[in-house]
Write a protein that binds this ligand. Structure first.
Ligand code: 3PG
Ligand code: CO
Length: 558
C-alpha cells in the first residue's frame, strides 16, 4: 500500500473537483472547408484557445509518442487512451507484432504451438481486418503470417476477410483483396498449398463490434465463417465486392453484408470445422473481445446461438484482455500496462465518475485502465454507460448521445460526490469515420456545446478542467498531397474523402476557478504527447505524479 501513496503537490491543494473531457477524434489543422471542427460552431473551444494562451497547447497523438512503430502511423483510440490513462509510453500491439514476426519468435511461443496442434490435418483459419490501416491490423503482417504458417506446416489455410474503409479510404478494399488474391496465388505456386479466401463482410456489419453494442454483428460473422452460411454467396471475393455494390449502391467497405465463397457446386470453401485452428489476426483489443469470447467460451456463452461449436485450436494475435485471460491462447504478449493513473487515484482516496456512450464507453474505462476490465474499486469509482443507437451509421444521428453524457457528467459534478468526472464525447470521431462532412460539422458543434455545459458546471463547483483528445479525425476530412497539403481529387474529379484518423496534434486546454492562478504550461516540453496528461491531472488532484510517469505539462509560477 505504501508504494501507492503519492506525495502532496507543493503548490496545488487537494480537494478540487477535476473535470476531464476527451473529445474523441478532435485534432488541430489548417482551418479550411475540409476541417469540420473549423467549420463547426465551436465557441467554447475557440474561447479557450484565444483567451488563455498559457493554458492551451498542442500534444502529439500519433507515431512513437503513443507507442506506434513510425511517424507515419496515425493515432487511434486504443493507443491514445492507453497513453492518457497510463501516463507512460508503451510499445503497442502493432510494434510488438512487427518484432515477433521479423524475429520469428511468434512461431516459438506457447500460442503458436497450441495452434499447431491442429496439424497435420487441420485447416488454419485467419480472421481479421484487411487493410494497411495499422489501427487494428496491417496487411504486411497478414502476409508474413501466411508465409510463416505455411513454413510451419499448414497446407490448407482459409482467410476470412473483413473489409475496412474506415482506417483507410472507402473503396480501397477492392485493392486489398486484389493484393491478397495475388499473394495467395504466389503461395499456391511456391508451396503447392491450398490457400483461399473463404468469407467476407464489412467490419461494421460483421464480427468487429465492440463493447457489446450489437451481438448480431458477431453472429453474422460466426454464421459466415464457422457455419458457411450468409445471405450472399459468390465464387470469388472480388466478384462479391463488385456485385454487392452494384446491387446496392449504398453499400460501402465498412458495411458490406456477410458473404461466403463457394465452389462450382455451391459448397462453401471454408467453414470452420472440428480439428481446425483459428487465429484472429487483429492486434487491437476492443473489436476482437466479443468474437474471442465466441471462440474461447465453449460452455458459458449465451450471447447468440452458435448452432455448432467446432472444436478448434483458437488463438488471438494478442491477448485482448489479460485480466479475463481472453483469449486463453495468443501469439504475441500484449504490452504490460500496469500502475495506471486510475489505480493510483483509487489508492489515494480519489473518487472517480466516468461516463460515455456504448461505442466509446470502453475507451474511457477499459482502455484508459490499460486494457483492463472492470473497476479498481467498487466504492471509489462509478462507470456509467449510456446506450448507443444501434444499427445506424452515425452520420444519420450526428448528435449521438453527447447531450446525455454531458448531463450525466454535470449531475455527477454538482452532486459533490466525485473528485474526478471523466467523459469521452464521441462525435468528432464516430461521425468523422463516416466521411460525411456536413454531419461531422454538426457533431462537432454539438460536442462543443456539451463542453460548455460541463465548463459551466465545473465553474459552479469551483473545480478544474482538462480538455483534450485522443487523436485527430474530424479536423481533416479529405486526402491531401503530403507535400503541399492541397486536397486531392480522384479520377472523376471528386475530392477524396478521408474517413480515417490523422497524424495531427491535438489541443489540450486547462483552467477553472480551482486551478491556482500561477499554473501554466511549461515551455520546456515542446514534444510532449498524450502520455504527459496523466501526471498533469494527478497534480490537479493535489499530488505529485509517480516518478516514472512522463513529466507533467504544468508549472506553477508565483
Ligand atoms: C474503429 O475501430 O472504429 C476505428 O478503426 C478506430 O477508431 P477509434 O480508434 O477512434 O476507436
Ligand atoms: Co476513431
Amino acid at each position: 500500500e505504501e508504494e501507492w501513496k503519492l506525495p502532496p503537490h507543493p503548490k496545488i491543494p487537494k480537494g478540487k473537483k477535476v473535470t476531464i473531457i476527451i473529445l474523441d477524434g478532435w485534432g488541430e489543422n489548417i482551418p479550411d472547408r475540409f476541417n469540420a471542427i473549423a467549420v463547426a460552431e465551436t465557441p467554447a473551444m475557440d474561447h479557450l484557445k484565444t483567451t488563455a494562451p498559457e493554458r492551451w497547447r498542442l500534444l502529439k497523438a500519433h507515431g512513437p509518442a503513443v507507442g506506434l512503430p513510425s511517424e507515419e502511423d496515425m493515432g487511434n483510440s486504443e493507443v491514445g487512451h492507453n497513453a492518457l490513462g497510463a501516463g507512460r509510453i508503451f510499445k503497442q500491439g502493432a510494434a510488438l507484432v512487427d518484432t515477433a514476426l521479423s524475429s520469428g519468435s511468434i512461431y516459438a511461443g506457447e500460442g503458436f504451438k497450441y495452434v499447431k496442434e491442429a496439424l497435420p490435418d487441420g485447416t488454419l483459419h485467419l480472421i481479421g481486418l484487411l487493410s494497411d490501416g495499422g489501427v487494428h491490423s496491417r496487411y504486411d503482417q497478414l502476409k508474413a503470417l501466411l508465409k510463416g504458417c505455411i513454413e510451419q506446416g499448414f497446407k490448407r489455410i482459409r482467410v476470412h476477410v473483413l473489409t475496412d474503409g474506415r482506417d483507410v479510404p472507402d473503396g480501397s478494399s477492392y485493392q486489398f483483396v486484389e493484393m491478397l488474391e495475388k499473394d495467395l496465388e504466389e503461395l499456391r505456386k511456391q508451396y503447392g498449398v491450398d490457400v483461399q479466401i473463404a468469407s467476407g463482410g464489412g467490419r461494421m456489419a460483421v464480427t468487429m463490434d465492440r463493447y457489446e453494442n450489437d451481438w448480431d454483428v458477431v453472429k453474422r460473422g460466426w454464421d459466415a465463417q464457422v457455419l458457411g452460411e450468409a445471405p450472399h454467396q459468390f465464387n470469388d471475393c472480388l466478384e462479391a465486392l463488385k456485385k454487392l455494390k452494384e446491387e446496392d449502391p449504398n453499400v460501402n467497405d465498412q458495411y458490406y453484408p456477410p458473404f461466403v465463397i463457394v465452389d462450382d457446386k455451391g459448397k462453401p470453401v471454408g467453414p470452420i470445422q472440428d480439428g481446425d485452428a483459428v487465429v484472429t489476426f487483429n492486434f487491437r483489443a476492443d473489436r476482437m473481445l466479443m468474437v474471442a469470447q465466441a471462440f474461447d467460451n465453449e460452455k458459458n456463452f449465451d450471447k447468440f446461438d452458435r448452432v455448432h461449436f467446432p472444436k478448434v485450436k483458437y488463438a488471438g494475435m494478442l491477448q485482448y484482455d489479460a485480466d479475463l485471460n481472453l483469449p486463453q491462447h495468443y501469439l504475441v504478449s500484449p504490452p504490460q500496462i500496469d500502475r495506471t493513473s486510475g489505480e493510483y487515484l483509487v489508492h489515494n482516496g480519489i473518487k472517480t465518475f466516468v461516463c460515455s456512450e456504448t461505442v466509446k464507453f470502453g475507451h474511457v474505462t477499459f482502455i484508459w485502465n490499460g486494457n483492463r476490465s472492470g473497476q479498481f474499486s467498487e466504492t471509489l469509482e462509478k462507470y456509467v454507460e449510456i446506450p448507443s443507437d444501434q444499427g445506424i451509421s452515425f452520420n444519420e444521428k450526428p448528435k449521438m448521445k453527447s447531450k446525455e453524457i454531458a448531463e450525466t457528467a454535470c449531475e455527477a459534478l454538482l452532486s459533490g460526490e466525485w473528485d474526478q468526472v471523466r467523459v469521452n464525447l464521441p462525435n468528432g470521431d464516430m461521425v468523422g469515420h463516416t466521411g460525411d462532412l456536413d454531419a461531422t460539422v454538426i457533431g462537432c458543434s454539438v460536442a462543443d456545446k456539451c463542453v460548455q455545459q460541463m465548463l459551466d458546471a465545473t465553474e459552479k463547483v469551483g473545480g478544474i478542467f482538462l480538455i483534450t483528445s485522443d487523436h485527430g479525425n474530424a479536423e481533416d476530412m479529405v486526402k491531401r498531397d503530403p507535400k503541399t497539403g492541397q486536397p486531392l481529387k480522384d479520377k472523376n474529379g471528386n475530392y477524396q474523402i478521408l474517413t480515417s484518423h490523422t497524424c495531427s496534434p491535438v489541443p489540450i486546454a486547462i483552467g477553472g476557478p480551482g486551478l491556482p492562478k500561477g499554473v501554466r504550461f511549461r515551455k520546456d516540453l515542446p514534444n510532449a504527447g498524450l502520455a504527459n496528461v496523466a501526471a498533469t491531472f494527478i497534480n490537479f488532484h493535489g499530488f505529485e505524479s509517480p516518478k516514472d510517469y512522463e513529466p507533467t505539462l504544468i508549472e506553477v509560477v508565483d
